[in-house]
Design a protein around this ligand. Structure first.
Ligand code: SF4
Ligand code: SF4
Length: 370
């Protein structure tokens, strides 16, 4: 028992140390749950215990004062317990309906100075939950777009659907700021992916001094990177060559070698994917498919991106059958009809198995063929 009693700061504590008492008591004995209204869930256990959950939207970056306010609410209503979901929602759990109603009304009444909700209740069922997203320009090194900025603007545009459940089925939206996709973009109803469109630049002055060149070679999934010698300032220096028509602009080599920066004002932007899901209702889980190849980065309000996402949601809402996820709907009517109804332009860039030397080592699936 080498770990028993050991106090360590490596990794999180065991999750069940933080269960509210009613969750601990009924662990493994929950029978079913219902969504009573947007943002409010009721779970019922075998023995009759109930838990009411009020879900509110949060953000990935929060101020200390905001977190203190969240903790004060949890102290007042929930015995100090609360939980964060993977979508950055905050869930407050109580054991009786009267407390739930008081908590819900309290949360809805808390506003910022400008009048917007501090703790919007919603994000459940056939609506839009908070967006999963990645790091963005400030926090990672390979992003082709921001994360927090476009996510804030897209959520502003579709906020009403966070607070109601008027859609045919849940719509899960995610943003990853590069194609390494540390978000859930590949299996979301709508996925926003930052894409680079140009190969890395090569800084011959520093390549040999900042990089282990063999690591940069090994990092490239398409074997586009090779070592070379170049003339620099009158001297032959060890450096890197990139075969541009093999490059898929993933940025992996830059991860290994800071002398290969890939961020580019003109080349970078966002692709939109739709139709992914992890649910197996109606059809098997599926990956998202690219439906918009490129939207330029337009900070600070990202108008083209937000307009396109809002438009896709509205066309889906007007045309899908009840319970159909976006991908189920598109498959039932056919992807040709999806493009006709949405007015999105179909180009050869959207075909998954597009055969091109740059793509020989990926995009080999037979999905999404006309
Ligand atoms: Fe970094 Fe890519 Fe993840 Fe964005 S998606 S945080 S750029 S690895
Ligand atoms: Fe290879 Fe990706 Fe670097 Fe292009 S960006 S050279 S594909 S590792």
């Amino acid at each position: 028992k080498p770990m028993e009693g050991r106090i360590t700061d490596i990794g999180p504590h065991k999750y069940d140390e933080y269960f509210p008492p009613v969750i601990k008591k009924n662990f493994g004995k929950w029978l079913y749950h219902e969504i009573l209204e947007p943002g409010v869930l009721m779970h019922v256990a075998e023995g009759g215990d109930k838990v009411y959950t009020v879900r509110v939207g949060g953000t990935r970056t929060m101020s200390i004062t905001h977190i203190r306010e969240i903790c004060d609410i949890a102290d007042k209503y929930c015995g100090g317990y609360l939980r964060w979901t993977t979508r950055n929602n905050i869930e407050f759990m109580v054991e009786d309906e009267a407390t739930m109603k008081a908590l819900r009304d309290d949360l809805n009444s808390r506003k910022f100075d400008g009048g917007s909700f501090k703790f919007p209740v919603g994000g459940t069922g056939a609506g839009i939950s908070n967006m999963v997203h990645t790091q963005g320009w400030v926090h990672c090194h390979t992003p082709a777009t921001d994360a927090s900025g476009p996510v804030k603007c897209v959520m502003d545009a579709i906020f009403d659907d966070f607070k109601d459940m008027r859609l045919p089925a849940p719509v899960r939206i995610a943003l990853a700021c590069c194609i390494n996709m540390c978000g859930a973009v590949h299996c979301s109803d709508i996925g926003l992916v930052g894409i680079h469109r140009k190969p890395p630049m090569i800084d011959h002055e520093w390549a040999d001094q900042l990089c282990e060149i063999p690591l940069a070679v090994a990092a490239c999934p398409t074997a586009a990177v090779r070592p070379t010698k170049v003339e620099h300032n009158g001297q032959k220096v060890n450096s890197i060559a990139i075969k541009e028509d093999r490059c898929m602009y993933c940025g992996n080599c830059y991860t290994m070698c800071p002398a290969l920066p890939i961020a580019d004002h003109e080349g970078d932007g966002i692709a939109i994917m739709v139709g992914g899901k992890v649910s197996n209702r109606i059809s098997m889980p599926k990956f998202s498919k690219v439906v918009v190849g490129y939207i330029p980065n337009e900070p600070p309000r990202w108008p083209s991106l937000t307009k396109t996402v809002k438009h896709i949601v509205e066309v889906y809402a007007a045309n899908a059958n009840k319970y159909e996820r976006l991908g189920d709907w598109a498959e039932r009517i056919g992807w040709e009809s999806f493009f006709k109804l949405t007015g999105l332009q179909f180009t050869h860039h959207l075909i998954d198995d597009f055969r091109d030397p740059a793509y020989y080592t990926w995009r080999q699936s037979t999905q999404f063929k006309f």
